[in-house]
Ligand binder design. Structure first.
Ligand SMILES: NC(=O)c1ccc[n+]([C@@H]2O[C@H](COP(=O)([O-])OP(=O)(O)OC[C@H]3O[C@@H](n4cnc5c(N)ncnc54)[C@H](OP(=O)(O)O)[C@@H]3O)[C@@H](O)[C@H]2O)c1
Length: 275
């Protein structure tokens, strides 16, 4: 699996498997199967309520822990409860995952007035060796600017919504300027948005003899972004194959032109959160 290097020198597999909505035995088994299929990067979150099963799936697999890149995220509600609650929640994540360390810990959403104390606790966990890298999710440029006024450790990643209708060109450029790698979530849109049904993506799928999902994922990785399509065994081979073909510059531009700055939901706009 192709890897990218983060600003702290640590490598991350460019394609991972996201575990949102996966619960119980399905989460455990899908994670195990993903690792057996060749994935080495798993994305979870406290909010997904599946850290225990994700940890079990990794332990069940034949892949050693040190070959797996595991991300989890701090849930907004805990951030609101203050520094000690954040500290406890990270220890709880480690206990649920049954791991000595987390590869990447993210702030899930930029909760107003709670980012500073959360970040400082996260830095502490890096210093203690219990977390290898820290980053953010759903941060707009102004959230990053504020964080960087006090951060002693620079975020390595910003995980944001990226799909052809929400290409995030400016936000990505801003993150890059700061040395922060962008990871895209929700590659196919969510809810009412039908990204893969778009005629251009359908015609590119026919042209390259791929699925429209593969065209979308290839467009993401060819922009040097990280992608974490949902961990579903019916799509493993399809997704791994994405690392082995190339879209022409012209077709990359054609997909770029689909951008409408359209989020899957207003709820997913960091400026609209009810916090
Ligand atoms: N940081 C954040 O705020 C945030 C927010 C949302 C998600 N995420 C992360 O991003 C990950 C991916 O986003 P997502 O789970 O919302 O949705 P997604 O990857 O867009 O997948 C949604 C659905 O698309 C279908 N699909 C079609 N082609 C696929 C393919 N090639 N690979 C995988 N699924 C395919 C699958 O349904 P069928 O199997 O029925 O076809 C799947 O259940 C999440 O699992 C989570 O880890 C983060």
């Amino acid at each position: 699996m192709m890897k990218l290097i983060l600003n702290n020198g640590i490598e991350i597999p460019q394609m991972g498997a996201g575990t949102w909505t996966l619960r119980g035995e399905t989460a455990r088994e899908n994670v195990r199967l993903a690792l057996e299929a060749g994935f080495r990067h798993i994305d979870t979150a406290q909010m997904y309520e599946n850290e225990e099963e994700v940890g079990q799936g990794i332990a069940d697999s034949s892949v050693p822990r040190n070959e797996v890149f595991l991300t989890t995220k701090i849930v907004p509600n805990v951030m609101r409860q203050g520094e000690q609650a954040v500290r406890r929640s990270i220890d709880e994540s480690l206990a649920k995952l049954k791991m000595d360390y987390i590869d990447l810990l993210l702030i899930h959403w930029p909760v107003k007035d709670c980012v500073r104390h959360t970040w400082q606790v996260m830095e502490d966990f890096v210093r203690k060796g219990k977390v290898r890298s820290i980053g953010v999710s759903n941060f707009n440029p102004h959230h990053l600017d504020e964080l960087l006024t006090y951060a002693e450790i620079r975020p390595v990643i910003n995980q944001i919504e990226v799909h052809p209708f929400m290409s995030q060109e400016e936000n990505i450029a801003y993150n890059r300027q700061l040395g922060i790698q962008v990871e895209g979530w929700g590659p196919f849109g969510q809810g009412d948005i039908d990204v893969t049904g778009h005629p251009l993506l359908q015609s590119l799928a026919a042209k390259y003899q791929k699925t429209a999902s593969q065209i979308v994922l290839r467009w993401i990785v060819q922009r040097d972004l990280i992608t974490i399509p949902r961990c579903r065994p019916n799509h493993f081979a399809e997704n791994l194959e994405v690392m082995h073909f190339t879209l022409s510059d012209e077709d990359m531009q054609a997909v770029n032109s689909l951008n409408q700055n359209m989020r899957s939901s207003d709820m997913n706009d960091p400026e609209n959160f009810p916090w």
